[in-house]
Design a protein around this ligand. Structure first.
Ligand SMILES: *Cc1c(COP(=O)(O)O)cnc(C)c1O
Length: 236
């Protein structure tokens, strides 16, 4: 299957899930998670009409930016962002999806202010409180959203989450529903019900995420094929 065929198939499944919630596939932003895939694969996805591409690693993103890999589609940063790399990302991406600490929020504000621009972001929720994962614990997200409203060069567009890798399907669905509830609450109380983005769902669970209210899914493997971590290179 080609990347274009994979995207078409993923879109069909997104559409079916969205219709269960009174929406359609058009209401869902499909972000291709293109880590470890080369510029040619990214261009193929853009040509096939992907809504956005998402990268995890700053160095890889910068290299592929210099190859014009993302021309024609918005670029999102979706990986763990170290504070000392913020300046390499702010202003270069349409959305930073993975803002998981107040320190990072403040660093982004500083970098965006220096460039005199407003950086759209999502607040990442560490929904299961995993030690090794970044993100705000659910009770901290509201305060982070409040803080973000005081920062003139940051615009919070919604929430993002990655449930635990080893959670079973019902548990994953509950995590999605929990973050959805957080996003509704924050949207009502802080954002005047302006529609909040909710980025959740990957290759294994994007349909359930859409059923739970995701507005944005991040899909890698189901579009680009399996990643080969052993070679450190691009996939087939
Ligand atoms: C890699 C990645 C994805 C996509 O994962 P797949 O299981 O390959 O679809 C989504 N979100 C983030 C943050 C990722 O790093």
């Amino acid at each position: 299957m080609s990347i274009a065929e994979n995207i078409a198939l993923v879109r069909e499944k997104i559409d079916a899930a969205a219709r269960e919630t009174g929406r359609t596939g058009r209401d869902i932003t499909l972000v291709g998670a293109s880590k470890m895939n080369d510029a040619a694969a990214c261009r193929e996805a853009v040509a096939a009409g992907i809504d956005a591409l998402g990268e995890n690693r700053v160095q890889e993103m910068r290299a592929k930016l210099s190859e014009n890999a993302y021309d024609g589609a918005p670029l999102h940063f979706i990986g763990h962002l170290q504070r000392n790399k913020v300046r390499q990302v702010v202003g270069h991406v349409a959305l930073i999806q993975s803002v998981g600490s107040e320190a990072l929020l403040l660093e982004i504000e500083k970098a965006a202010a220096a460039l005199n621009l407003v950086q759209p972001i999502l607040l990442e929720v560490n929904v299961a409180g995993e030690e090794a994962k970044s993100g705000f614990a659910p009770p901290e997200v509201f305060r982070a959203a409040e803080l973000s409203l005081t920062l003139p060069h940051v615009r919070t567009r919604g929430l993002m989450t990655i449930p635990p890798f080893d959670a079973d399907r019902p548990a994953t669905l509950r995590y999605f529903q929990e973050v959805r509830a957080l996003s509704v609450d924050i949207g009502e109380k802080l954002f005047h019900n302006v529609s909040m983005e909710l980025s959740m769902g990957m290759s294994g669970d994007y349909q359930d995420a859409v059923r739970a209210g995701a507005t944005m899914v991040r899909v890698g493997t189901a579009i680009f094929g399996a990643r080969h971590y052993d070679t450190g290179g691009a996939t087939s």
